[in-house]
Ligand binder design. Structure first.
Ligand code: NOJ
Ligand code: MG
Length: 536
C-alpha cells in the first residue's frame, strides 16, 4: 500500500486514549503520560496507526482537562514536558502518530487571558472573551443555554457584565471574531506541531463563531421530555455560523506550514450541516468526525441508510470517517449489547473511511454503573438523574486480573468494572475468539486488503437483519455480511454475486470455509468474504 505519506490519515486507524483512565504510572489513581508510554507496545500489537489523546494540559479539571489554563504546558497530574517529549519520540519510534486535543472554543476561567479580561472593562484583553451588558431587566443578555445546565451567561459583579460560556461557567468562550485570539491559538498549534505532533482533534469546532447580533435561539419543536434542558432550544444562533468556515480554513493553513498533519473536527450536527466542515474546496477539516453510529437505532436497515446517506452527501474528494465510541457517549457494547459489539467492530473496520476506536472498546468494555457518591462528571452533577453522565464510559482500562486491573496500584479515580477480573486485556488475549483478538484480526485484514482501506463502498440488497456490502478496488473485492439479529439466517450466493471463501467470521472459527450456494450466518455473526489471501 505505497501511497505517499501525506495520505497516512486516510488508511490509518485512530485510537482515542482518555489519559486519566489509560494507565497510572505513579500510583495516584489517575492515568498519566508515563503510563501511556508503558502501554505503547500494546497499541502497536493491536495494530493501530495513530493515537489521539484527550487534553493533558494544565487545568483546574472542572471539566477534566477541557478547561485549559495553559495551552502549552502539561498538567503535573499527567507528568512533565519532558515526559511528553519522551512520549512523542517513543510513539514515533514505534511507528505511531500522535494527535492532540485542541480546545480553542473556551479556556479555563483560571487562564491568565481570562483573568486579565475579567479584571476590567478597559483591559486590553477584555475582547478576547464574549462580554455583554445585562438585558434591561438585569438578566442575561439573551436566552442561550449552557450545555451543562442553566444559562450560558454568568454575571461578573465587579465589571457589571455577563460573559458567555457554552459549557461550564469555569469555561468562558473565547471571542473568535478577535484576530488576536486567532493568532494566539495559531501559535499554540505551531508550538505543538513544531514538537512533531501529527495533528489535532479540535473540540466543538462548530461552536467557534456565534451570531454577531446575539439573537435569541428559537425553541426546539422536537424537544423530547427527559432530555437535557439545553435541548429545549435550537442552537441556530449560538453555533454553526457561516463565518466559522473561514476560521477553520485558517487553522488548516497553520497545519499546512508543516508536512503531513491532519485536522479533525468534533462536530455534532445533522449530515447536511456536517459535510460543510470539509470546507469550500475541501479547505476545512480533513476529517469532520462522523458520529452517526453513536446515536443510531442498531438495525441493519438503519445502519444501511446511514452509510448510504453519508456516502451520497460527501463532497467530491472528501474522505469519510467513522466513530463507534468516545468519552462523551455510552460505550458501544452497552448501546448495542455484548453479542452485537463484535458485529459493530467488523462494521467499523470494513467501512470506507478512517475508523476511530475508543480505548477499551476493543475488549468490549461496558458502561460501568456509577453510584451517586462516585459521580465526577460536571454534566451529571448539574443535570442529574436523566442519564447524561459520562463517567460510566471513562472508567479505567482493564489490563489484567491484578488488583485495580493493572491500571494502578491504588484505588482509581473512577470505579472499575465489576467484571474486570475476567474481562481484561491479559485474559482476553489468551482466548482465541475473544473480541480483542477479533479486533486484532480485523485490523490486520484491513492492512492486508487494500480494498478494505481504499475500495469503493457498494451496497448489496439484503433483507431483515442482514447488512450486506462490497468493498472493491483494483486490488479486488471483499464482501461483508453482518447479521444484526439474534437469530440465524441465510443469504443466497446470488446476492453475494460470486463464490468465495470466508476470510474472517466474528466468531473466528470459519476462516477458509468455501461459500457456494448459500451463506449461513449464525445469530450475531458477521463475516468477510473474499478471494483466498496469499500469504505475504
Ligand atoms: C467536547 C468534549 O468532548 C467534552 O468532553 C467536553 O466536555 C466539551 N467539549 C467541552 O469542552
Ligand atoms: Mg498517575
Amino acid at each position: 500500500m505505497d501511497q505517499d505519506n501525506s495520505d497516512w490519515w486516510r488508511h490509518g486507524i485512530f485510537y482515542q486514549v482518555y489519559p486519566r483512565s489509560f494507565q497510572d504510572s505513579d500510583g495516584d489513581g489517575v492515568g498519566d503520560i508515563r503510563g501511556i508510554i508503558e502501554r505503547l507496545p500494546y497499541l502497536v500489537e493491536l495494530g493501530v496507526d495513530a493515537v489521539w489523546l484527550s487534553p493533558i494540559f494544565p487545568s483546574p479539571m472542572a471539566d477534566f482537562g477541557y478547561d485549559i489554563s495553559d495551552y502549552t504546558g502539561i498538567d503535573p497530574l499527567f507528568g512533565t514536558t519532558e515526559d511528553f517529549d519522551e512520549l512523542i519520540a517513543a510513539a514515533h519510534d514505534a511507528g505511531l502518530k500522535l494527535i492532540l486535543d485542541l480546545v480553542p472554543n473556551h479556556t479555563s476561567d483560571q487562564h491568565p487571558w481570562f483573568v486579565e479580561a475579567r479584571s476590567s472593562r478597559e483591559n486590553a484583553q477584555r475582547d478576547w472573551y464574549i462580554w455583554r451588558d445585562p438585558a434591561p431587566d438585569g438578566g442575561p443578555p439573551n436566552n442561550w443555554l449552557s450545555e451543562f445546565g442553566g444559562s450560558a451567561w454568568t454575571y461578573d459583579e465587579a465589571s457589571g457584565q455577563y460573559y458567555y460560556h457554552a459549557f461550564l461557567a469555569q469555561q468562558p468562550d473565547l471571542n473568535w471574531r478577535n484576530p488576536e485570539v486567532r493568532a494566539a491559538i495559531h501559535d499554540v498549534m505551531r508550538f505543538w506541531l513544531r514538537k512533531g505532533v501529527d495533528g489535532f482533534r479540535v473540540d466543538v469546532i462548530w461552536h467557534l463563531i456565534k451570531d454577531a447580533e446575539f439573537r435569541d435561539n428559537p425553541p426546539n419543536p422536537h424537544y423530547l421530555e427527559g432530555r437535557p434542558p439545553h435541548e429545549t432550544l435550537l442552537t441556530q444562533y449560538s453555533t454553526d455560523q457561516p463565518e466559522v468556515h473561514a476560521v477553520i480554513t485558517e487553522m488548516r493553513r497553520v497545519t499546512e506550514e508543516f508536512d503531513d498533519r491532519v485536522l479533525i473536527g468534533e462536530v455534532y450536527l445533522p449530515l447536511h450541516r456536517l459535510i460543510a466542515y470539509y470546507g469550500n474546496d475541501l479547505r476545512g477539516a480533513q476529517m469532520p468526525f462522523n458520529f452517526a453510529l453513536l446515536s443510531t437505532m442498531w438495525s441493519a436497515r438503519s445502519v444501511e441508510k446511514i452509510i448510504a446517506d453519508y456516502e451520497k452527501a460527501l463532497p467530491p474528494g472528501a474522505w469519510p470517517n467513522w466513530v463507534l465510541g468516545n468519552h462523551d457517549r455510552p460505550r458501544v457494547a452497552s448501546r448495542v449489547g455484548t453479542a452485537q459489539a463484535s458485529v459493530a467492530a467488523m462494521l467499523l473496520l470494513t467501512l470506507r473511511g478512517t475508523p476511530t476506536l475508543y480505548y477499551g472498546d476493543e475488549i468490549g468494555m461496558r458502561q460501568v454503573p456509577i453510584a451517586p457518591n462516585q459521580v465526577r462528571d460536571p454534566f451529571e452533577k448539574n443535570v442529574p438523574d436523566i442519564g447524561v453522565g459520562r463517567d460510566g464510559c471513562r472508567t479505567p482500562m482493564q489490563w489484567s486480573a491484578e488488583p485495580y486491573a493493572g491500571f494502578s496500584t491504588v484505588k482509581p479515580w473512577l470505579p472499575l468494572a465489576r467484571d474486570f477480573a475476567s474481562d481484561n486485556v491479559a485474559s482476553l488475549a489468551a482466548v482465541p475468539a475473544s473480541i480483542l483478538n477479533l479486533y486484532k484480526a480485523l485490523i490486520a485484514l484491513r492492512r492486508m486488503m487494500p480494498q478494505l482501506a481504499y475500495g469503493n463502498y457498494e451496497p448489496v440488497m439484503a433483507h431483515g437483519d442482514v447488512l450486506l456490502y462490497r468493498r472493491r478496488s483494483m486490488d479486488g473485492v471483499a464482501v461483508i455480511a453482518l447479521n444484526f439479529g439474534a437469530e440465524s439466517t441465510a443469504i443466497t450466493s446470488s446476492a453475494i454475486g460470486f463464490s468465495n471463501e470466508i476470510l474472517l467470521s466474528t466468531f473466528m472459527d470459519r476462516e477458509g470455509e468455501k461459500v457456494e450456494g448459500m451463506l449461513d450466518l449464525r445469530a450475531n455473526e458477521g463475516v468477510i468474504l473474499g478471494p483466498p489471501l496469499r500469504p505475504a
